[in-house]
Write a protein that binds this ligand. Structure first.
Ligand SMILES: [Zn+2]
Length: 96
């Protein structure tokens, strides 16, 4: 049972249609607020599911590595404060 994404109320299926790829598209309506939306049921064989998960994992690892490289470059690149041109001068009034 899909709950209404708008109010959380119970929904019913108004119509259902099978697509060319043997998937199913259902038109739903909330019985509380009348909101209409669609849900899709997608057929996946175990092999397709495994391939999908492997590809998803590969993509995630790729994104994680990119993120890790960016973080590493930020951490290892020294950034000077804006007023650092004065850092070499002693403006403290104290003799060093
Ligand atoms: Zn609703």
């Amino acid at each position: 049972m899909f709950l209404c994404p708008k109010c959380g109320g119970e929904t019913s299926v108004n119509s259902s249609r099978r697509t060319l790829k043997n998937n199913e598209k259902r038109r739903r309506q909330c019985s509380a607020c009348g909101f209409k939306f669609y849900t899709y049921e997608i057929l996946k064989t175990e092999i397709e599911q495994r391939d999908f998960l492997e590809k998803t994992l590969e993509n995630l690892l790729y994104e994680v590595n990119l993120f890790r490289e960016r973080i590493t470059s930020i951490i290892t690149t020294p950034s000077l404060p804006k007023d650092c041109q004065d850092c070499t001068e002693n403006n403290s009034g104290i003799d060093l």
